[in-house]
Design a protein. Sequence first.
Length: 513
Amino acid sequence: MRVRFAPSPTGALHIGGVRTALYNYLLAKKHGGTFILRIEDTDQKRYVAGAEQYIKDALDWCGISPDEGPDQGGDFGPYRQSERKGRYADFAYQLVEKGHAYYAFDTPEEIEAMRNAAQEAGNHSARYGVSTRMGMKNSLTFSAEDTKQWLDDEKPFTIRIRIPEDEVVSFTDEIRGKVQFDSGELDDKVIFKSDGMPTYHLANVVDDHAMKISHVIRGEEWLSSTGHHVYLYRFLGWEDVMPKFAHLPLILSPTGKGKLSKRHGKKFGFPVFPLSWNAEKEEDSFIGFKDAGYLPDALINFMAFLGWNPGTEQEIFSLEELIETFTLARINKSGARFDIDKAKWYNQQYIFQMTDEMLADRFKEIMKLEGQEVEDAFALSYVRMFKERIQFLPDLVTQGAFLLNDEVGVYDEKSVRKKWKGDAEAVMNDYVEALAGEEDFDPVYLEDYTKRYLEQKELSFGALFPGLRLGLSGSLKGPGVFEIMALLGKDKTLKRLTEAPSVFAKIKEEHNG
């Protein structure tokens, strides 16, 4: 089995493209086959610098690197279509000689005029094909001498496939079953352009045959073109070794209406690309899943379920389990709605599965990027406090900022105004004075000590704990108070609790005007 992922370097790789690559990868690995990356850069007008490297980096980050490709090499290279340019023309001219294609000399303006005239006559689906080609400028309507003269004069031309009349062309799709087209519904697509480059239709057929591709797994948007591709395989004499086709369902927007796009990501505030992309214009730049804090394994698991299911209740799959379980037969025909909440859930589950030591290492890496070195013991205790409270790795920094800085920084002023009243200040000051005499700051000991202190003073937890938590973290929510105290250490704990009454007084004073 040989499968290929064949993106065009016209921009960043959309998450839908990553899913296509993933399904190709899973199928290849399941059957001990080969996963190939082929860069289809025949459309030079839309080529974007840096896009090819982005595609490679995205696949590598997701853990689905190709076996053959521009960087890996292989026996069927080169793996960029622009580097295979010389071989396409021969096939295009061969098709012309056999009568399966023809030279077209029309200008874009003339083609547009044909379509406008057809629409005025009531034909709103006019196309360059069976019903119109004999009224256009091409080698079917020119004499052989005029055609030769045009070519000898090196005037611009394209080559179009010549779709037969009154036929039904069909193929079996591995996901959708039998698919067929009336040839009258198909246009005579351009297969070779005036710049000497093939279009996707010719190039992908020639390359898939040359690279011995066994299965073409691609997006639903190519389904309508597959009739043309079947004809090309037939006309080139390769129909008997034509690959099997599988057209994947669309990934739909969060509302279920329309295909997921970059616009939806901006509207709903979530990434739709694996990695961040920095463009010349700020509006064309975006944050990717990686920088948003997603783990690649979690994203792969999430994407696998966008159109496929294992037929069981199991939702968490390692890449190895996906390879073992994946089949084309379990891919849905209908579109899959993109649910970002489910993506977040997957990410959280994968964080839960990380060992504390692994998570501590990731935390240290994040802190190093922030310019702060963290000791191993602190990192381990810290991540244990927040592991079950976060959805993304960057949450480790934002949720525990009060522990990573010398000062609390931000206080929940509403809670301060509500809870800091009555004897709260006197209770706090007395507790701090008593706590200063203790040396053991183990959280278990601190909890036991505080309970004994409250019993001796005949105080309730409510008399001390709101002020204690607000003074230490600025919030009534978060990890356990005694874990916070232990991680801060004695000096920082006493300092914060000593300063808290004046901070709280200022907050209340400013509120009261």
